[in-house]
Design a protein around this ligand. Structure first.
Ligand SMILES: Nc1ncnc2c1ncn2[C@@H]1O[C@H](COP(=O)(O)OP(=O)(O)OP(=O)(O)O)[C@@H](O)[C@H]1O
Ligand SMILES: [Mg+2]
Length: 508
């Protein structure tokens, strides 16, 4: 995608995602100059356990950075800053002297901490730390994953007590390595990533001593919490050595930033491995009474933090991958649309992909996937349709919860992410939510947001207004479904959801 007419300087963004790592070089108009991307292995040691090899990830990050810089035909001197964005909650512990991970990273989808989370709830239950952290106790979050590693990796607790072990989500891991690793690497995280650990107090933006103690994670191994947009250090290795590392945001918060949702009430929904709808709630942390999370949206330098309400859906794009890789029903992700379009409707079938329990608005670790409404009539094409409808119905549930919690009715859904190339899906979302769906020109909003935050930190862009001016609409879908039909179908969906609950029974 090299554009020979694009003049520098540039910003590079590194997106360390769940399935791949990418690096994108952007110009001042927020246009993509070059991209490189590399997938890493998904390790499934047991049902519901998901791991990544953090050394493989760091190698891939270095490769995609080198290759994106090469494709752009530029050098480190042309790049004013590096921005980091990352899969959130995925948890790593490593040895600070050698830089060796002590275990594979535990991925956000991994549910091995569900019993631990129940135990941590004591007699209070899931909301024990909600007031301070904005989160329910669920296997999704990082703190209990770190505790699991400390309890289960031989000798690790002692090494941690001696001060030899560092904790980090993937932002911390990438920044530490990029800035020198064992030779002076900076050990930091940003407020958005820290807000997903269950260890940070949302109101003070500092580690919460009491909660760290209750969860059993020593504060000495935690990174320093910084803003999302400031210079943390300088890259010392790789193709961008010498360039300041100037932003970090969890991928969903980066997408909020990349969609330029800078005003209260603005929201975006990102359709990738999972789907995450975030709404900017300004300088107040809004409590949710409808199963959403309260999280940090972003913080620019020493300005006040901006908060967000979030509806998280664990499985959307990964259900399409499952149809391709595990079932072999389609050969490519795009084929799901062709297959689904070959029939008029779902034939009565509903697919609730509760593969890692149900996230928002239910937060049920005990749920597992269900296909409901099967008859002899149902074909693989109906199932393909049910797969796409699952994403759309889950969006509808989140939008409903969001309007109850925030009092804001979404005038339109701003979308981005890999699944937005699916027209049938976008139309179905417009139909089920009964609101227009709008997609911007740059659907890579995750990288774009990280680039924007890094560019702001070094004065490459003057302010957020300059970023807004870059946002351009590329496509729009308007609702055209009959209201009675929508209501009937929604009722069926909710019946199917009910059938996923309580599948995993407590073992003693
Ligand atoms: N045409 C399509 N129809 C439906 N789903 C699609 C289509 N093309 C891609 N996908 C799905 O989109 C997902 C990839 O999107 P994207 O690259 O935005 O994911 P991601 O969540 O950013 O990845 P990562 O988790 O690594 O960051 C995959 O799960 C894939 O199955
Ligand atoms: Mg992503």
């Amino acid at each position: 995608m090299t554009d020979a007419h694009t003049a520098g300087p540039f910003i590079a963004a590194i997106d360390q995602g769940t399935t791949s790592s990418r690096c994108i070089v952007f110009d001042r108009d927020g246009r993509i100059v070059a991209v490189d991307q590399k997938e890493h292995e998904q390790i499934f040691p047991k049902p519901s356990w998901v791991e990544h090899d953090a050394s493989e990830i760091w190698t891939n990050v270095q490769e995609v950075v080198a290759s994106a810089v090469e494709k752009a035909g530029i050098t480190a001197e042309d790049v004013k800053a590096i921005g980091i964005t990352n899969q959130r909650e995925t948890t790593l512990l490593w040895d600070k002297h050698t830089g060796e991970p002590v275990h594979n990273a535990l991925v956000w989808q991994d549910t091995r901490t569900d019993a631990l989370c129940r135990e941590l709830g004591r007699n209070v239950g899931q909301d024990r730390f909600r007031r301070e952290t904005g989160l329910p106790l669920a296997s999704y979050f990082a703190g209990p994953k770190a505790r699991w590693l400390l309890d289960n990796v031989e000798g690790l607790r002692e090494r941690a007590d001696r001060g030899d072990i560092l904790f980090g989500t993937m932002d911390s891991w990438v920044i530490w390595n990029l800035t020198g690793g064992p030779d002076g690497g900076v050990h930091v995280t940003d407020v958005t990533n820290a807000s997903r650990t269950m260890l940070m107090n949302l109101h003070t933006l500092e580690w919460d001593e009491k909660i760290c103690e209750s969860i059993g994670v020593p504060m000495s191994m935690l990174p320093e919490i910084r803003s999302s947009s400031e210079v943390y250090g300088t890259a010392t290795v790789g193709a961008l050595a010498g360039v300041p590392v100037a932003s970090a945001l969890g991928d969903q918060q980066a997408a909020l930033f990349g969609q330029t949702c800078f005003a209260e009430g603005e929201a975006k929904s990102t359709y990738g491995t999972g789907t995450f709808l975030l709404m900017n709630t300004g300088e107040k942390a809004v409590n949710s009474y409808n199963g959403l999370l309260t999280t940090v949206g972003y913080r620019i330098g020493d300005q006040k933090a901006v908060y967000a309400l979030e509806g998280s859906i664990a499985v959307t794009g990964s259900l399409v991958q499952w149809m391709r890789d595990q079932m072999g029903i389609i050969k490519s992700a795009a084929e799901i649309e062709t297959l689904a379009s070959s029939v008029e409707d779902n034939g009565g079938a509903y697919f609730v992909p509760a593969f890692s329990g149900l996230f928002a608005p239910y937060w049920r670790d005990d749920a597992r996937g269900v296909i409901a409404g099967l008859t002899r009539y149902v074909t693989k094409a109906h199932l393909a349709r049910a797969v796409l409808e699952a994403t759309a119905w889950q969006t509808r549930e989140i939008v409903d919860a969001m309007s109850k919690d925030s009092g804001v009715e979404l005038a339109a859904v701003k979308v981005d992410g890999g699944m937005t190339s699916n027209n049938l899906l976008m139309q179905t979302i417009a139909d089920f939510v009964d609101a227009p769906v709008v997609r911007p020109m740059v659907a890579e909003t995750t990288c774009l947001g990280a680039a924007y935050a890094a560019g702001l930190a070094v004065g490459f862009w003057p302010d957020t207004d300059a970023l807004r001016a870059n946002w351009r609409r590329a496509a729009e879908w308007t609702p055209r479904m009959d209201a009675d039909k929508r209501d009937r179908e929604y009722k069926n969906w909710l019946k199917a959801v009910e059938r996923t609950m309580g599948w995993i029974e407590e073992e003693n």
